[in-house]
Structure formats: C-alpha cells, structure tokens
Design a protein. Structure first.
Length: 261
C-alpha cells in the first residue's frame, strides 16, 4: 500500500490545481478574457508536448517486457488512437466546456443566466474529464514515478485554467466567490477519486501490461482535448497571437521542467 501513497498524492495535487484556478479568478478582471486565452493555449502546449515527447516514448518501453518491439509499438499506437476515440465519445455526450453564449451581447439579465449556465456546463464537463485523468495519473505513477511527476505537473497546469473557466462565469453571473470556489473544488476532487478507483483496479483484475496501453491512451486523450477543446476556446477568448504565445510558453516551461526532473 505504501507504493500507492505518492501516486495518490500526485493525483490529489493535479486535481486540486483546479481549485487554485478558481482562486486565481478573483485576481482577474471580469472582462479580461485575454488571460484565459493565453492560459488555455499554455495548457494545450504543455499537454501536446508531454504526450508526444514523453508518454508515447515511454508507453512502448513499458510493453517491451511483455511483448516484442513491433507488437509493443503497435499496442502503444493502438492505445493512442483508442484514447482519441474515448475522448470523442465523451465529447459526443457532453456539451463543449464553454458555449459562445458567454460572449453574447443579449440583455444583461438574460446574459447572466446564460453565463451561469455556461459555468455549470463547464463544471460538469471538466469533472467528467478529470475523473479518467486522475485514474491515468495514478496508474502511470505506479509504473514509473519519474514519469508520473511530469504527467501530474502537466495535468495540474492544464487544470488551473480549467478552474478559471469554471469559476469565472459563475462569479461573473452570481457575484458569489464561495459558490465559484465550490464548483472548482467539486470538479478537482473528482481526480483523486479516479486515482482511488485506479488502486482498486490494480488490486483486482487489471493486468500489469495494460498500464502501458493506458499511458498511450492518456496521450491520445490529451492531444484530442488540446486540439478539439483547449485551442478553439483559446481562440474564442483572444486573438491568434495570444494562442501562439500560450502554446510556445507551455512547451518551453514543460521542456525545462522535464530537463530538471
């Protein structure tokens, strides 16, 4: 059980960064969406970088102790696209994080209702995305803690602007800081809950070699969310150069972090 403590701590750290994003909201002016645009681009840069440079490099290595090199690479790439399919299915049943209603020019009272609804939809979507992220963070960390640390950092950085995306519309519409923080907390806590379920799976029926496939699937989910959700939202809230600044900054910070780790 001791070997599970640090992975669970990393998963809790990644999830609670959503709450940190909720707190940061109160230091951002309500009409300043450029910061959110850069933040979402930053998250996408981090997630794409860690997925392609680390996860898809390590996944075949995890599988090589069970299969041949060719089969290991095939399973890893299959897991990558399986993760993309999982993300597509999630997006099919869950609305986009934030609707264009957030930028609506309708009457003030109606606009506040739409903004609050956008915040609720965001909270639900982020919660459901955080749940498998938490499970994946835990499973990767149990296999290789030095890989789990940058994965947790990447997800934590990704969750901070998600916390902002949840809290900002709620706070903007209601003016209640505690309510905005509550929604961020509930969304973030779903990540360590996913980690606890990961413990159950490992101790019951999940074979060890499936962790390599799961690692590749995490990469697929991250890449899909980056291109399908984070980058479009980043462009919606800001201009193209805000998106590019965010992406490059995210890749730079993550690469420096991996060098020192």
């Amino acid at each position: 059980m001791k070997s599970y403590i640090l992975p669970l701590i990393l998963t809790l750290f990644a999830g609670m960064s959503t709450l940190l994003g909720g707190f940061i909201t109160f230091f951002i002016k309500r009409n300043n969406l450029k910061a959110l645009s850069v933040g979402l681009g930053f998250s996408a840069g981090v997630m794409v970088y860690i997925s392609l440079s680390e996860l898809m490099t390590e996944a075949p290595k995890m599988l090589e102790q069970y299969y041949s090199l060719v089969v290991s690479k095939g399973l890893a790439f299959g897991g990558f696209f399986f993760g993309i399919i999982i993300a597509i299915i999630i997006d099919y049943f869950i609305p986009d994080h934030i609707e264009s209603d957030f930028l609506s020019n309708s009457k003030r009272s109606n606009q506040r209702h739409k903004i609050r609804r956008a915040g609720l939809i965001t909270a639900i979507a982020v919660t459901l995305h955080n749940f498998p992220e938490g499970m994946a963070t835990f499973l990767v960390s149990t296999q290789d803690i030095m890989l789990g640390i940058p994965v947790a950092i990447a997800i934590a950085i990704h969750n901070i602007p998600e916390g902002i995306a949840i809290a900002l519309p709620i706070f903007h519409a209601t003016g209640k800081k505690r309510l905005a923080i509550l929604y961020s907390f509930v969304s973030g806590i779903s990540e360590p809950v996913g980690g606890l379920i990961g413990v159950l799976l490992l101790k019951t029926f999940m074979p060890a070699q499936s962790i390599g496939i799961m690692t590749a699937s995490v990469a697929g989910i991250m890449v899909y969310l980056s291109f399908d959700t984070l980058l479009p939202l980043s462009r919606e809230y800001g201009e193209n150069h805000h998106v590019i600044i965010g992406i490059i900054s995210g890749m730079l910070i993550m690469s420096l972090g991996l060098i020192f780790l």
